[in-house]
Design a protein around this ligand. Sequence first.
Ligand code: IMP
Ligand code: MG
Length: 180
Amino acid sequence: MKNDIKEVLFTEEQLRQKVDELGAQITADYQGKNPLIVSVLKGSYVFMADLTRRIDVPCQVDFMVVSSYGAGTKTSGEVQIIKDLENSIDGRDLIIVEDILDSGVTLSYLMKVLAARGANSIRLCTLLSKPERRKVDIRVDYLGFEIPDEFVVGYGLDFAERYRNLPYIGILKPSVYGEA
Ligand code: IMP
Ligand code: MG
């Protein structure tokens, strides 16, 4: 696996520190509340597990699986919900946890769907963001790192379902996906 990585972007230690910071911010912001923390699978599973253990207020967790129609195939940016939340979110304070915000199309659609179900508040927490790639305006409430437009893997992020188990985040060598 290591041979396929061009450069390590964030080490395990850097990730741990950032997750500590984000957990502390969320803990401060949600005093006296009981947020529902929603992970969008699969990419966010590692981040979700680490982040929730740094949040020190009562909370619940839930998981969604969505499939987005690739860029260009549907201008509506409509997403299909493959696995939905287990319980009603009416009146709940939601924190959506994502691995990486790219065009933002999937997430902005998802947030509209969830808002329509009567959530009291919805905030977005993403570990990574590629601002250059954004196609829709979307507010990030809790951000780990902004990164350049390169394909990254590890810490949950995959290429063709591989590399999710790398403990750090690295830039994939373009030769691996056949561009060089
Ligand atoms: P979008 O924001 O709707 O374009 O979709 C973002 C999704 O694309 C993420 O949840 C990832 O699954 C995937 N993605 C985008 N950039 C990367 C990357 O650099 N590495 C791995 N997955 C990525
Ligand atoms: Mg994802």
